[in-house]
Design a protein around this ligand. Structure first.
Ligand SMILES: [Zn+2]
Length: 212
């Protein structure tokens, strides 16, 4: 795990509000598994305002969604729901699956998963064993810039369609960059947070063009 992720994970706590939004959506899509942990953390300047880590194997979504205190405190409940749905989409589409497995790698990963999911360590090891056999399907991190752009736009689309409302997405994205809509939006590569060639302004424009 990168130092940055390790620090974020250590400072993070389970948040009941984020958790409820995640679990409600999993119910909405008829997924009986509640194995995505909703976490809140105190962000430093270099940290992204929100991100997720997870995998989706055999209809089981597993992972965690992190929202920084700084963002959390500025969002209303619908805006927070948009952020959560966007991140759930990344997990369901395995957008960071390869990163997730690489970053959390060996040490402590099983324990972390078991802590998140409240599963017995043995069950976690069984699941990970299953994941390893199909890991090839996930591809590798460092995918093309165009693919990363599309993953972001797709996650926005997913969230907006499920919400049936564009406004919370637009206002949350605007708050994300404190009004500076030209700002680039974060994503990750090899465990580091990088900037894709996609501005918040472009994301907002794409949302406005969606037909819902
Ligand atoms: Zn995203």
């Amino acid at each position: 795990m990168s130092e940055q992720l390790e620090r974020i994970e250590k400072s993070s706590v389970n948040d009941m509000v984020i958790q409820k939004l995640i679990d409600e959506h999993l119910e909405e899509i008829n997924n009986p598994w509640k194995l995505i942990s909703g976490r809140r953390f105190n962000a430093e300047l270099i940290d992204p305002p929100a991100f997720s880590r997870g995998i989706y194997v055999c209809n089981v979504p597993l992972g965690a969604i992190y929202v920084s205190d700084q963002l959390y405190n500025h969002l209303d409940s619908e805006e927070l729901r948009y952020i959560v749905l966007h991140e759930i989409c990344h997990i369901l589409y395995n957008n960071s699956a390869a990163n997730f497995l690489l970053e959390f790698g060996k040490s402590g990963f099983n324990l972390l998963l078991s802590k998140w999911t409240k599963l017995e360590l043995e069950s976690v090891e069984d699941i990970l064993g299953g994941v390893k056999t199909i890991i090839k399907e996930f591809g590798y991190p460092g995918v093309e810039e165009q693919v990363k752009r599309n993953q972001e736009l797709n996650a926005d689309k997913y969230a907006v369609i499920w919400m049936g409302n564009k406004e919370p997405a637009i206002s949350a994205l605007t708050k994300l960059v404190q009004g500076k809509v030209e700002e680039i939006s974060h994503i990750t590569k090899y465990g580091r947070f990088e900037f894709p060639l996609l501005t918040i302004k472009e994301r907002i424009q794409a949302i406005k063009q969606l037909k819902i």
